[in-house]
Design a binder for this molecule. Structure first.
Ligand code: URA
Length: 248
């Protein structure tokens, strides 16, 4: 990047203090740039090339936090590298310099919403069961699950000896031999949706994640991503169910 930025901004981005407080620290002579105490306001620095000390300790530049929503195509893995050499999702992010990682995983054959960020704290909250962030999937399943089966999946079924948490299901369309079902869960067990349907005798034929909370893919084209704003992040934690039965 190597773009000059204001010293106050650099200190704020590195988490030392707010910009205003950083100004006070600079005035107080507590900040050095390349071995010189810097008391002049508005000094520009190039973080990659210069050394900044605060109270004689090196200040490490932190990357700007960034949040992306990708519409993952089939055939891509959601790890950051793949020993088998399969395509990885980060190659679908041209122009993004930050080292982002996926929040949760999608199977290689699953498509749809994949959040990527370099904000470890936010990722942790989304994945932590305490926050119950709902993920909504559209599953094409073999046959048509009965009301009893839908109820069982909603109440929780045993997967690897552990009951699944309550879920919401809606049958959207019935076709010859298969149905399209929306399923909303907040757990993130490995291959959970496929295992749930497999267990009740309706194997998944195709799977797409539609949303994290109320943050939806909408018309984002397959293989494309968009940069998220604060309001998008809020939507992730919303408890409102966009896909409830009334809407179906
Ligand atoms: N559940 C699955 O079975 N697969 C996914 O990719 C995501 C959720």
């Amino acid at each position: 990047m190597e773009k000059p930025i204001g010293l106050q901004k650099f200190l704020a981005m590195a988490g030392i203090a707010s910009r205003r407080k950083a100004e006070e620290y600079i005035s107080a002579g507590r900040v050095q740039v390349d071995g010189q105490v810097s008391t002049a306001m508005g000094q520009l620095i190039v973080p990659e090339k210069q050394t900044v000390l605060f109270d004689n300790k090196k200040v490490e530049a932190k990357e700007q936090l960034i949040y992306l929503l990708l519409n993952k195509p089939k055939g891509y893995v959601t790890t950051l590298s793949d020993p088998q050499g399969r395509p990885i999702v980060s190659t679908l992010l041209p122009g993004i310099k930050e080292r982002v990682f996926p929040v949760g995983r999608l199977d290689i054959d699953t498509t749809g919403a994949l959040l990527l960020t370099n904000d470890g704290e936010l990722a942790q909250s989304i994945l932590h069961p305490k926050y119950e962030v709902f993920k909504t999937y559209e599953a094409e399943v073999k046959g048509t699950p009965s009301k009893v089966t839908i109820n069982a999946l909603e109440q929780g079924i045993l997967l690897e000896k552990k009951k699944t948490a309550p879920a919401k299901l809606t049958i959207k369309r019935r076709h010859k031999g298969y149905s399209v079902v929306h399923i909303r869960i907040h757990e993130g067990r490995k291959r959970q949706v496929k295992k749930m349907f497999q267990t009740v005798g309706h194997p998944v034929l195709a799977l797409k994640r539609l949303a994290y909370g109320n943050l939806e893919l909408n018309n984002l084209a397959i293989g494309k991503f968009r940069i998220l704003c604060k309001n998008d992040i809020k939507k992730i934690f919303s408890k409102k169910n966009l896909y409830n039965k009334k809407n179906s």
